[in-house]
Design a protein around this ligand. Structure first.
Ligand code: ADP
Length: 629
């Protein structure tokens, strides 16, 4: 018989697990039971779909058999079993197991602790066993196979005798040492407590023969022992249990086991609904975005159960994109068991469930925002962008749902890291305030430093600082919040002046018509107009935009890979109170060449302030130096 080698990465993993600290080793039992349960799920589901096998739910079991004589612990199930190819594929290459997902995220060598927290799958058997024998018979196969490995080098596969469909895993336990007593795993109390601790919610019976004593018949003092098959787990799935019986710890443990996340979830939402559609759901919001969350590879979805039977691993129809970060499961009695993926998409019940879940996720987030700001901020940092895209996408169909979950940096916050909601902003608005003001830029410092933001703040109004690309697009989609329009401080009329102010400025503009025409000519193709500004206080110059497209939006759109370039209608605005304006007026009559040069210089300064790219930084530097000497 041929001895096959494990793949290199599997070896590394095995080595690591075998040397993991003792207290973590007990999880091997949880892993093997969970595999057995999955295998039963698969077989049960298939039998329900084709109705061929005539298996009932009660016919399925997982059995544990400790044997002190042979020092083995056997885990047996009558699940779907494995063919020879599947054996090879599933147990020969570690890359097949769920452990891969976390392997790419964490460096195993530095963080051996992970093993205690995680689903590491079948290979964890080698944490307690020096040799593992897997005997398995697949549902439609006449032949059974035996896989044997000592976990270090490789494995063999051979045919064997096995009547029943399913899998049997025999662990030959490692010898006891001074501090590691593997023989404990043969003790009834130890096995019982491990099952209670880790596998209580498994929905199929985990059975074990338990030896009990009873009075001998006819005797009053003599006992005899007898063996009784006992079910060790309560079999109530976590999500069907009463909330009051469950602790955060239980929820977190379940989350880590089931959804392969190393860290604890931020929160869970456990609910039962009995209305037009009946279901139990257990949802989690992760604390951190998975490494692939903002990539195309990420797949949203919830596990879907029909009356306790898992029918889909990732049902994407249950989650809208804006809540795609949610993990969890739904179990409904109203769904048909043999529904196909295509039918599911049009299923009315499923749509109702999805709607109701969406509402409940929203409500829970809103509640968190109200009651635990710190936690919500943590959530926001991981998934806020997703919500803002949610507002923007689909022409704003979800804006009503999402707008009160949004947060932005703001001049109204105590520090640059702080956030405000739109509702909070509005409560701070002054009586005479017409607009919700915002400034857009790469960072809070950049936004706060915009001359126009400074002016608006000086007038006593709060300014939102939009630092994310999607921000301004999202606000434009919302367009009005509590009847207040949003206003970019760098665009259009800020509504800060009286009619007299406006007339006065217009007159001044009119008086310098010639100057501005000359300057605009010098900046042909770059700006649409040059004019005096009402948004400047200390600064000499700024750039603003007319029309719907703001400077920040121009910047964002031009970084998109579509290749299409857009340009906002740029306006160069000058401060009539600044001495530079006087210089410009003088140059118009005295030295038009210099006027051109200064105009260019002012324009480029304005670009820099806005955080816009300048065409030729070297030329700008030279121009400044020329002026200096
Ligand atoms: P995971 O369960 O995370 O996929 P494992 O390493 O635990 O990874 O198992 C690898 C694969 O081996 C499983 O996905 C499953 O296909 C198969 N397998 C493991 N145990 C059993 C079992 N008791 N019955 C049938 N198939 C099994």
């Amino acid at each position: 018989m041929e001895q096959k080698q494990f793949q290199a990465e599997s070896k590394r993993m095995l080595d690591l697990m075998i040397h993991s600290i003792y207290t973590h080793k007990e999880i091997f039992l949880r892993e093997l039971i969970s595999n057995a349960s999955d295998a039963i799920d698969k077989r049960y589901y298939r039998s329900l779909q084709d109705g061929s096998e005539g298996m009932n739910r009660e016919d399925f079991y997982i059995e544990l058999r400790p044997d002190k004589d042979t020092r083995t612990l056997t885990i047996r199930d009558n699940g779907i079993g494995m063919t020879a190819e599947e054996l090879e594929q599933n147990l020969g290459v570690i890359a097949h197991s769920g452990s891969l997902a976390f392997k790419s995220e964490h460096t195993l060598d530095e963080n051996t602790d992970i093993i205690g927290q995680f689903g590491v799958g079948f290979y964890s058997a080698f944490m307690a066993a020096k040799r593992v024998i897997v005997r398995t018979k697949a549902q439609d196969s006449d032949t059974a196979y035996e896989w044997i490995s000592d976990g270090t080098e490789g494995y063999t596969i051979d045919t064997c005798e096995k009547e029943e469909v399913g899998t049997e895993i025999v662990l030959e336990l490692i010898e006891d040492t001074e501090d590691e007593k593997y023989s404990e795993y043969l003790e009834e109390y130890r096995i019982r407590s491990l099952v209670k601790k880790y596998s209580d919610y498994i929905r199929f019976p985990i059975r074990m023969e338990i030896t009990r004593e009873k009075l001998k018949e006819g005797s009053e003092s003599e006992y005899e022992s007898y063996v009784e098959m006992t079910t060790l787990n309560s079999m109530t799935p976590m999500w069907k249990r009463n909330k009051s019986e469950l602790k955060d710890e239980d929820y977190n443990q379940f989350y880590r086991d089931k959804f392969f996340d190393y860290s604890e979830p931020l929160m869970h939402i456990h609910s039962r609904s009995e209305g037009t559609v009946t279901y139990n759901s257990l949802l989690y919001i992760p604390a951190k975005a998975p490494y692939d969350y903002y990539s195309k590879e990420y797949e949203k979805g919830l596990q879907l159960f029909a009356s306790g039977v898992m029918i889909m691993e990732k049902c994407s129809e249950l989650l809208p994109d804006h809540f795609s970060f949610v993990k969890g499961l739904v179990d409904s009695e109203d769904l048909s068991l043999n529904i196909s993926r295509e039918m599911l998409q049009h299923d009315r019940q499923l749509k109702l469930i999805a709607k109701s879940l969406e509402k409940s996720i929203k409500n829970e987030l809103a509640k968190l925002l109200k009651t635990d700001r710190e936690k919500y901020t943590e959530f926001w940092k991981s998934f806020g962008i997703q919500l803002k895209f949610g507002v923007y996408n689909g022409y704003g169909v979800n804006k009503e749902l999402l707008q009160d979950l949004l947060m932005f940096h703001s001049s109204g916050c105590d520090d640059a890291e702080g956030y405000t909601t739109l509702a909070e902003y509005v409560t701070r608005m002054r009586e005479d305030q017409k607009y919700i003001y915002y400034a857009a830029g790469e960072t809070v410092t950049r936004c706060a430093g915009l001359p126009a933001a400074e002016l608006v703040r000086d007038k006593g109004y709060e300014v939102l600082y939009l630092t994310e690309n999607v921000d301004e697009f999202a606000l434009q989609m919302i367009s009005k919040y509590q009847d207040k329009e949003f206003k970019n401080v760098s665009a259009g009329d800020l509504g800060l002046e009286t009619e007299e102010d406006k007339t006065a400025l217009e007159e001044k503009n009119e008086a310098s018509k010639e100057l501005f025409a000359e300057m605009a000519k010098a900046l042909e193709g770059k700006v649409k107009t040059v004019r005096l500004s009402s948004r400047l206080k200390n600064h000499a110059v700024c750039l603003s935009s007319d029309g719907d497209l703001s400077l920040e939006m121009e910047k964002v759109l031009n970084t998109m890979p579509t290749g299409q370039k857009v340009q906002a209608e740029r306006v160069l605005e000058l401060n009539p109170e600044h001495p530079v304006f006087g210089v410009l007026q003088r140059l118009l009559t005295e030295n038009t060449d210099k006027l051109k040069q200064y105009t260019d210089l002012l324009y480029q300064q304005a670009l820099l302030i806005e955080g816009m790219p300048i065409e030729d930084p070297a030329a700008l530097s030279k121009m400044i130096c020329d002026l200096m000497v």
